[in-house]
Design a protein around this ligand. Structure first.
Ligand code: OAD
Length: 236
C-alpha cells in the first residue's frame, strides 16, 4: 500500500479501469462471483442481440429487475474515493465497464462508460438514444415515438464498443503512468486488454480486488481487499 501511495504521488497521468466489484459494496450483484448474475443465467440468454431478437420481453424483464435494484443503491466509499482522486490529479480518466452510473453519482466527471449505461434506451428503427430512469418501465418492451421497439442501450456480448469512447479509453491507457484495475475479473475483452496496453506503454499497473484474477500475474502490485475499504486508504 505504501509503495502504491508513492507511485500515486509521483504519477502525472492516472487512469483506472473498474468493474462490477467496485459496486459490490453498494449491493449491486457482480457477474461471475458465487452469487453472480451469470451463475443463474447464461449471458447468451439475456445479453446478446440474438437473445433480444428471440425474446425481447424476457430480456426486458431482466433489465427491469436490474434497473429496480440500481434505483435503490448508493455509491460506496470506493466510488467516492475515485471521485476525490480525480479532483486531486491534473490528469485522471475513469474507464468503467459498469452500466450502473454510480461513478457519476459519486461525483466522478471524466468517466468513460465503455459498456454504456443501463439508463439509456435505443430505438431499433430510428436508432435514437434516450435516457429513461423509470423503474419499472410501464410497458415492456418499450416503444419509441417512431413506433420502433426500444432496446437496452448498453453493449451486449458480440457487439462493438462505442467507437469514440473506446478510442478515448485506449488513449488513456496508453498515456497513463499509473493504471489501476479495480473490481474486475478482467476476462471480458476488449476492456480487459486495457491493462496490457497500459503496461506495454510503460505504466505501472496496480490491481485492487478481493481475489486474484486473470491479469494478477505480471502486474506491479496487487492489493487484496474490498475496494470500498482500500481506495479510501490509498488516497488518505
Ligand atoms: P465480474 O463479476 O466478472 O468480476 C467482478 C470482480 O470483482 C471479481 O474479480 C471479484 O473478485 C471482484 N470483487 C467482488 N467484490 C469486490 C469488492 N468489494 N472489492 C473489489 N473487488 C471485488 O465483473 P466484471 O469484471 O465487471 O459485460 O465483468 C465484466 C463484464 O462482464 C461486465 O461489464 C458485463 C459482464 O458480462 C457486459 O454485460 C457486456
Amino acid at each position: 500500500m505504501q509503495a502504491v501511495r508513492e507511485w500515486l504521488k509521483q504519477a502525472r497521468n492516472v487512469a483506472a479501469l473498474t468493474g462490477a466489484g467496485v459496486s459490490a459494496e453498494s449491493g449491486v450483484p457482480t457477474f461471475r462471483g458465487n452469487n453472480g448474475l451469470w451463475k443463474q443465467r447464461r449471458p447468451e440468454e439475456l445479453a446478446t442481440p440474438g437473445a433480444f431478437a428471440r425474446d425481447p420481453k424476457l430480456v426486458w424483464e431482466w433489465y427491469n429487475w436490474r434497473r429496480g435494484v440500481l434505483a435503490e443503491v448508493k455509491p460506496n466509499p470506493g466510488h467516492y474515493a475515485l471521485a476525490e482522486l480525480e479532483q486531486r490529479l491534473s490528469a485522471f480518466t475513469l474507464i468503467t465497464q459498469n452500466v450502473d452510473g454510480l461513478h457519476l453519482r459519486a461525483g466522478s466527471r471524466n468517466v468513460l462508460q465503455v459498456h454504456g449505461s443501463i439508463w439509456n434506451l435505443r430505438c431499433l428503427i430510428c436508432e435514437q438514444e434516450r435516457v429513461d430512469r423509470r423503474t419499472p418501465l410501464p410497458e415492456i418492451p418499450p416503444t419509441c415515438e417512431c413506433g420502433g421497439m426500444l432496446r437496452p442501450g448498453g453493449v451486449w456480448f458480440g457487439e462493438a464498443l462505442p467507437r469514440d469512447i473506446w478510442r478515448e479509453a485506449e488513449a488513456a491507457a496508453r498515456s497513463a503512468d499509473l493504471f489501476l484495475v479495480i473490481g474486475t475479473s478482467a476476462v471480458v475483452y476488449p476492456a480487459a486488454g486495457l491493462a496490457q496496453i497500459a503496461k506495454a506503454s510503460g505504466a505501472r499497473v496496480v490491481e485492487i480486488n478481493i481475489e486474484e484474477t486473470a491479469i494478477s500475474n505480471g502486474i506491479d502490485s496487487f492489493l487484496q481487499g474490498p475496494s470500498g475499504k482500500l481506495l479510501p486508504q490509498l488516497i488518505a
